[in-house]
Design a protein around this ligand. Structure first.
Ligand code: ARG
Ligand code: ZN
Length: 858
């Protein structure tokens, strides 16, 4: 009988009893019996009060241990060992044996296609050797690798030309340790830092993939330069290595000097990668590189502080992408993601603080809340302080805390000091879960516009009552003729409500306009849900005239959403609704007539809200969502708008010459995005010639996949077969095929498609990318996943349980498919609850999935 897993609490933090002066590791690699010897110099930590010597260690076979050369017999449990030690500096030596081949959890040292690689964050190092596996224990590492494989890599600088010896002079926590060995080839380049230090850059891949690394390398060099210019951060080793791995639980990992990447975020060629893939590669290469300062040189004291490195580093990579591409287009993309993933999380049973205070399995907290909401919090800090004080506060942070393991308090103090301000209320963003709702109301009183902004932070699990948050609301005012009479102004909504008076005559410089339209939350200045009583005409005015591109897009999006909701919620199917529909169509058409607009931006405005967005909007409107109805209404409206706007859309479609040589830059990608958005709106089961021609003639994956998605959606059965034959040899392309074959399929076919694909010879379920493609494809098709029979729930549950026995992390992550179960009708709720209960009752359920299921059912 194993004991129920115990929660870890932020409040219980205490430092480790020992400091480490150096770590030396000796690996003798073998697929099933790798030997790891460690030689660690410990000394008592003068700041610690607890002298217990506990080393984490899991799934290790201890061969021998010694202190100062004398053999010892530690007390070993399932989770680690304890041992009496001297109250003075001592040398710990141990030898363990591990089985990389048998490691299907992909945490610690494992094998992927004959190559050895590691993933240690958060707590994987304890599967490699006995060690205080906690981020506040930092040490310099030396690593010896004994293997016949030609390429051997670890952190830091190489000290032998054959890769058998590596030294990392920068003290680091064990989660940043990495080792790779395999038959790899490098795509190499160089970078010279601002202070003239040369750095060798290598991207290591399997032979045959070396021609797919150029974009990632270019993104790396641009990231290095950008961090020097924007944050004054230089690289600090002689080499920077990136390795692409096919089997990887997450996106990528920032191990010091040796980043390890999911191959889908490295490899790209025009024929095999989409524009979206290129954008992700750029962002993730930057993200991992930026961690060298925000994460590695300054790390986290404990895992509760995860957002210290992740929120900040996401914010930095978003700034970078905004500088490299179109800033508004990037901002809109980030907000779409935030709403789709983080607002969804925050509205359900898995809601948690940006800085959680308790966890059972830390891997379950690598979430949209920690990452994306964490990034929004940094953005708000910068908004309040301004760019200059923000930069100065960052400089102070780097200077003061270099080489340390820090907390959110350490971070915030730097800004309080630099700006001579008190951030205690702002800090609530870290300790209150839930998405605040901001309501705006206004009335006209003669020439005065009286506005009230109020806020409400909803209750979340364990947090029934909330204090007012500090919310930066950027706003402007437009007159009824579209002129801006108040440019962007920052309102500090730091109490339950704030009253504002605007003298409209003064603002307009003469006569007060008859009608004014507020443009609120410009640039999405805070991660909140805005409720503003704007009419259809007001929204159309903002779409046409707002000077803030984000709010222009937001106006278009809300017009589409409201139009769809009227039908989904059966609110109004009268002539008035028909008139409003015409107004929305006309507003979109007028918008499209502006030839000066960035095509990427137009594509975003013409993209319909997702089925999941519409589901949440339906719930917010107080109506129980019917996934099948939502899907049908969305499809019908896309077709109706597509045929009404046919000429405009054909002009967009024909504006791009598909034979222009492919370039992944944002401007070219934007043109393709608009062309493919037009294709999606123009196509329907009776009109697939355009899509077929595009599919047959496509010379890049962006256009091929866009056409395939439309063809699958509209019932063409041949294109998917042709695609499979063409690409069956390419793993990353086949991942797309698995995903789209289910995600884009008509709802009544998607379940059968998923079941058939799960028997496909290429459904290598233990590969996380492949598993996520198929399961994620079904979950991305809500009308199929929520099929009234419950078959979608059963299918995903069966596979989650199977995956859980091999790879708990990947299973737990995918289980969030069920986090919205309380949204639905009683039948669906019952079936989803039954699915969760079946998981909970499964013997030997992992701690990862166990915690997720328990939280979802709580
Ligand atoms: N630090 C990595 C990143 O954000 C993520 C690694 C998370 N890994 C995990 N097993 N939870 O780039
Ligand atoms: Zn990260």
């Amino acid at each position: 009988m194993t004991q129920a897993p115990q929660p870890v609490r932020l409040a219980d933090y205490s430092p480790f009893g020992y400091l480490i002066d150096s770590v030396e590791l000796f690996f003798t690699l073998d697929p099933t019996a790798t030997r790891v010897k460690s030689r660690i110099k410990f000394r008592p930590n003068p700041e610690a009060t607890d002298p217990r010597f506990f080393l984490h260690g899991e799934q290790l076979t201890l061969i021998s241990a010694a202190i100062d050369g004398a053999p010892v017999s530690p007390d070993v449990t399932e989770y680690g060992l304890t041992c009496p030690v001297p109250n003075a500096p001592f040398v710990w030596e141990a030898e363990v044996e591990i089985n990389p081949q048998g490691n299907t959890a992909l945490e610690g040292l494992y094998m992927s296609n004959g190559m050895y690689c590691t993933q240690c964050e958060a707590e994987g190092f304890r599967k490699i050797t006995f060690y205080p596996d906690r981020p506040d224990v930092m040490a310099p590492f030396t690593v010896h690798i004994d293997s016949d494989l030609p390429v051997k890599l670890s952190n830091g600088n190489p000290e032998a030309s054959d890769g058998s010896l590596w030294n990392d002079p920068w003290p680091k926590p064990a989660y940043l340790f990495a080792l790779v060995a395999g038959d790899l080839v490098a795509h190499s380049d160089h970078f010279t830092t601002a202070s003239g230090k040369p750095v060798d850059l290598n991207i290591w891949v399997r032979a045959g993939d070396e021609d797919k690394c150029a974009y990632a390398m270019d993104a790396l060099k641009r990231s290095m330069k950008w961090d020097e210019e924007e944050y004054g951060r230089e690289y600090d080793l002689d080499v920077f290595n990136i390795v692409a791995v096919d089997d990887f639980n997450m996106g990528a990992m920032e191990n010091k000097g040796l980043n390890i990447f999911n191959s889908k975020y490295v490899l790209a060629s025009p024929e095999t990668a989409t524009d979206r893939d290129y954008a992700f590669i750029e962002a993730i290469v930057a993200h991992e590189y930026f961690h060298n300062w925000t994460g590695n040189r300054i790390t986290c004291r404990d895992w509760f502080q995860l957002c210290l490195k992740e929120g900040l580093t996401v914010f930095r990579d978003q700034q970078f992408s905004g500088d490299m591409r179109s800033e508004p287009v990037e901002r809109i993309g980030n907000v779409l993601q935030l709403r789709a993933r983080q607002f969804r999380e925050d509205a359900g049973p898995l809601a948690h603080n940006v800085r959680p205070e308790t966890y059972i399995e830390i891997n379950n907290f690598y979430t949209a809340t920690v990452y994306e909401k964490g990034a929004e919090v940094i953005g708000m800090l910068r908004t309040y302080l301004g760019a200059d004080l923000y930069r100065a506060g960052c400089e102070l942070y780097f200077e003061r805390h270099d080489g340390e393991a820090c907390t959110i308090e350490d971070w915030l103090s730097c800004f309080e000091e630099i700006a001579a301000t008190d951030l205690s209320q702002f800090k609530r963003w870290y300790s209150q879960a839930g998405t605040p709702k901001v309501s705006a109301t206004w009335t006209r009183d003669g020439d005065t516009l009286r506005m009230t902004l109020s806020q409400q932070v909803p209750p979340t699990p364990g947090q029934p009552m909330k204090e007012p948050a500090k919310i930066p609301v950027s706003m402007g005012l437009l007159a009824g003729d579209g002129t801006e009479i108040l440019p962007s102004t920052l309102i500090d909504l730091d109490s339950p409500s704030v009253d504002l008076n605007f003298d409209l005559a003064e603002l307009a410089g003469g006569k007060a306009p008859d009608h004014v339209v507020p443009s609120l939350l410009r640039g999405f200045s805070a991660p909140v849900i805005l409720d503003a009583p704007l009419s259809t005409q007001d929204r159309a005015l903002l779409l046409a005239h707002d000077t803030d591109p984000f709010n222009r897009w937001e106006a278009g999006r809300s017009l589409l959403r409201e139009m769809l909701l009227e039908e989904i919620c059966a609110r109004d199917i009268s002539a008035a609704a028909e008139a409003r529909r015409r107004l929305v169509w006309q507003a979109l058409k007028d918008f499209c007539a502006d030839a000066s607009l960035d095509p990427a931006f137009v594509a975003l405005v013409l993209t319909f809200p997702s089925e999941d967005d519409l589901t949440q909007a339906t719930v917010d409107a107080g109506v129980v969502p019917d996934p099948v109805l939502i899907s049908d209404v969305r499809t019908e409206h896309m077709r109706a708008l597509g045929s009404w706007m046919q000429d405009t859309l054909m002009d967009f479609y024909n504006a791009v010459d598909p034979d222009t040589p492919y370039s992944p830059d944002a401007a070219s990608a934007g043109k393709r995005a608009l062309r493919n958005t037009a294709l999606s709106l123009l196509s329907n089961p009776d009109n697939l010639d355009l899509a077929r021609a595009q599919f047959d003639g496509a010379t890049n994956m962006t256009d091929q996949l866009a056409a395939l998605s439309v063809l699958i959606r509209d019932g063409d059965r041949t294109a998917a077969k042709a695609f499979e034959e063409q690409w069956q040899h390419d793993r990353l392309v086949m991942d797309k095929w698995f995903m789209i074959s289910v995600a884009s399929a008509p709802a009544n076919e998607a379940l059968n498609a998923a079941a058939a694909l799960s028997q496909h010879p290429l459904f290598d379920w233990q590969n996380p990318n492949r598993f996520r493609s198929l399961m994620g494809g079904l979950v991305a098709n809500p009308a199929a996943f929520h099929d009234p029979s419950g078959a979608g729930y059963t299918f995903v549950t069966d596979w989650l349980l199977k995956m859980d026995s091999a790879n708990p992390q990947t299973a737990a992550r995918m289980s969030t498919a069920f986090e919205t179960w309380r949204r639905y009708d009683a039948d669906r709720q019952g079936m989803m609850a039954t699915a969760l209960d079946r998981m909970a009752a499964t013997p030997d359920l992992s701690r990862d999935l166990g915690e997720m299921v328990a939280r979802m059912r709580a």
